[in-house]
Design a binder for this molecule. Structure first.
Ligand code: COA
Length: 262
């Protein structure tokens, strides 16, 4: 992960990697470069077996991300807008399909594409100053990077309609109440909390972690009987792993397991 990026920063802490959106002067709004660099960083992370957990956050203390860079909108044609929407969706889907857990550490505004990015992550921890919303309706458009789909799946249709059709911005504590974020902490504790969660996830068995994520993410998109088949197949595959053998042995001999991802 030694590549130098223009709009993101990468920080490594043991088996954890931080991807930091780095356009603070624009509240970390997404331009083409940021989307492209995030996509590249996600590929690099996915292909590095020594990385066991990813945390995405924003540079500074004001914003995770204020969404797509609106300054590009006036010149965009409908055909380009469709490509722009599909392009962003594909990048955020990489997070959902990634074999490792991904945490959004929401350090301020998570609006539009910023919230959509967080929605694709497995866990969301927000700072007390965070505000979350999909205000696109105010611009005369709708969310195009997964907001209309993932939001309803996470907080239900009723809450999703409030956010998408009214463009309401929720403070962190309200977001916690509807299950949009998992935890709210003071801004100065956000990094520590996200890291503690990442460490717990990173110590888990990597292959089981991958299959758990896939069974949950993809199982929830198919009929129950298909999802149950998927679950059984993935569960059975885990019986071929060294980690499962060692995990059971460690439990029986009251030792702490050390999972290797084999
Ligand atoms: N695209 C481009 N630039 C953005 C941006 C975005 N989505 N969000 C913020 N910025 C820029 C502002 O234009 C401003 O730049 P400037 O200093 O050159 O004028 C800078 O970031 C700081 O934002 P500002 O609006 O001055 O801060 P604020 O505290 O008054 O308001 C927000 C913060 C987040 C409420 C406000 O910036 C906002 O509503 N942003 C747009 C959010 C949005 O609609 N996102 C969805 C887009 S589809």
């Amino acid at each position: 992960m030694s590549k130098l990026y223009e709009t993101i920063k990468i920080e490594r802490e043991g088996s954890i990697v931080w991807i930091i959106l780095n356009r603070p002067h624009r509240l970390n709004a997404f331009n083409d470069t940021l989307l492209k660099e995030l996509s590249e960083a996600l590929d690099t992370v996915e292909n590095d077996p020594s990385i066991r957990c990813v945390i995405i956050t924003g540079e500074g203390d004001r914003a995770f991300s204020a969404g797509a860079d609106v300054t590009a909108f006036p010149k965009i044609t409908p055909v380009k807008a469709e490509e722009f929407s599909r392009g962003g969706q594909k990048v955020f889907s990489k997070i959902e399909e990634m074999s490792k857990p991904v945490i959004a550490a929401i350090n301020g505004y998570a609006l539009g594409g910023g919230l959509e990015l967080a929605l694709a992550c497995d866990f969301r921890i927000a700072s007390e100053n965070a505000e979350l919303g999909n205000p696109e309706i105010i611009l005369g458009i709708i969310p195009g990077w997964g907001g209309t789909q993932r939001l309803a799946r996470i907080v239900g249709l009723r809450n999703a309609k409030r956010l998408v059709m009214l463009g309401e911005r929720l403070k962190a504590d309200e977001a916690l109440k509807i299950g949009l974020v998992d935890k709210v902490v003071p801004l100065e504790k956000l990094r520590e909390e996200a890291k503690a969660l990442a460490q717990r996830l990173a110590e888990g068995p990597p292959i089981a972690m991958k299959y758990a994520k896939h069974a949950l993410n993809f199982g929830s998109q198919v009929p129950l009987n298909i999802g149950l088949r998927l679950e059984a197949t993935l569960m059975a595959l885990l019986f071929s792993t060294h980690d499962a053998k060692m995990g059971v042995e460690a439990f029986m001999s009251k030792r702490k397991p050390e999972f290797k991802g084999e």
